[in-house]
Design a protein around this ligand. Sequence first.
Ligand code: DGJ
Length: 714
Amino acid sequence: MYLKTILLSLLLAFGSGVKAQVKPIVIATDQTSLVLTVDGNGRLHQTYLGRKLLNEAEYTALPQGPEAYLTHGMEDYYEPALHVNHADGNPSTLLTYTGHTAKALQQGVSETVVTLADPVYKTEVRLHYVAYAKENVYKLWTEITNGETKPVEIEKYASAMLHFNNAEYYLTQFNGDWANEANLSEQRLSYGKKVLDTKLGTRANMFVSPFFQLALDAPAQEEAGTVLTGTLGWTGNFRFTFEEDHTGRLRLIAGINPYASQYTLKKGETFRTPEFIFTLSYGGKGQASRNLHDWARTHSLKAGNGSRMTLLNNWEATYFGFDEEKLIGLIGEAKELGVDMFLLDDGWFGTKYPRNSDRQGLGDWTEIKDKLPNGIGRLTEEAKKQGVKFGLWIEPEMVNPKSELYEKHKDWIITLPGRREYHYRNQLVLDLANPKVQDYVFSVVDGLMTKYPDIAFFKWDCNSPITNIYSNYEGKEHQSHLYVDYVRGLYNVLDRIKAKYPDLPMMLCSGGGGRSDFEALKYFTEFWPSDNTDPIERLFIQWGFSQVFPVKAQCAHVTTWNRAASIKFRINVAMMGKFGFDIKLADMQKNEQDFCKKSISDYNRLKSTILDGDRYGLVSPYSGQHTATMYADKTKNRAVLFTFDIYPRNGEYRSNVTLRGLDAGRRYVVKEVNRMGNDDRQVGTYSGDYLMNIGLPVFTGAKMNSRVFEITAE
Ligand code: DGJ
């Protein structure tokens, strides 16, 4: 019944007496129901969000609950979802139900759209709810239409508002900085507001990631407790507001950060908000993450079901200091290692201002003659000869003031008139609100692909937040559109790239993990979580991002950060994600080189389980000096277990690690694999029942020690 629209119901009602006509609107997944009801005055309420009841008729017994999408200026005293300034200056909006539709989008995916309208002003609001039955995930967004004859201004325009009525609320946020991304911390909420937001524009998530976990009634554990994990698909400023009122109810408002972003809607114009994606898990944070991983791979992530390439990147190996000969050597190393691709990073472009440091050349996308006398073509040719793919770094949204692009097109750059420019990493941001700039950014990729059709991958970087916020394109009246129009301009470019090069994989990077959201990941196959590749730091960073994103989308490279950790330890951390190297093979000992090659071949054998299996965070790095993560394939035929001893204490008690995701009734052969200088070690054969209840003594007292176990059903 793919894409066949089934109109389940279409109900129209106005004014009083509506309640009799509108039955509860039940938006359900296999496990959860979101129930909306319409009261006698036509107002829409969120009556229920929780575990699906066996008997749908019983939803009618529930108390009405708060108004679903609250507006500014009427009868509510807390933070609204919507604030519209009407053409006559009236800042209030009242919304009443005018109808709803429900249809199946595909097997297991339904969409309900509830339409609300202001009976006095012609503002129409459509609340979209897409429910993914099997994955137990919801995707919500809102459309706001100005039906007045004159322009109106929207000041707050949330994607979604949800209400909770629980004894306690525990919020986990993920924040940090460059090289310190996605640190997890949990706090109990109490009366008042907690806001997670960003105003950085482009490198939007540098300080805080666009996702959270909200545990209801009690703090959630990895495999127990009720928790809502939510995230916004928006590659720009976001805001999550959690506000507890005087009665102990909590409201969650998710959307674009309204900070400096009032938006004018012309007559008849519709504003579509980004998507708020959430899952409600009754089996802890781990189950919530697996719901989102499954959803992402099946329904959202670019090439979610496709494979991923292992690679050798030259950034850490050379920084800006390379030439053709060195790169040809590295392409040879990629071949020798056995990876799928060589990726050339920053520093290959700039004619008048060669990009030999981050101080100049950004924006001038022609090869530096001294470094690459025969251009990129010589490199793709060499890669082809060696049987590896070739990938290229670009940062097409940005410009160094010392560049030909800056000299030619000052009007394309976001800079404040009459003020001294402030430069973040010696660069400025191009004004993607401007369609001409969109054409230019598209032409960077298109031009390279046309000239060098053998480019098989792009790493798309974005190192600066939006600074000096002023658009030459938006004009005096619409400066507050810039943060929104920038992101829309970016999506316009990415849509064009996707349309012309549908199978081109791309890595999203933003000075590490400064951009990481599900809307961007409709265009990018993967992202770079952090420049920090110290394996110990990465255990935490990858743990953080894995609460939401499948590891298939998380690049993890072996580098020389933290040389005190063995190459095996560094490799094992990177093997838990989308595996790659950013290192010079020639600088390593022979046994290390051999181990790198062996690890690529081990990874190739295990990667379908790692990338497409269910991820279980068995022991959190936040809980002590050991951590363990396991991946089990959906058939329960094979699993891979990674265990790490960080800095164990003398005389500490070490308990067994119990596994998950196996079939209790089957028997499994457990082997320790990927040993350095040794063959695989048979650990034993156990039932799934034993492994999941008794577990294995996998941790040791050795410092910075790692182990990989392959678990195969007999
Ligand atoms: C920041 C990225 O995170 C790095 O991986 C590297 O590509 C540099 N930019 C290049 O300037």
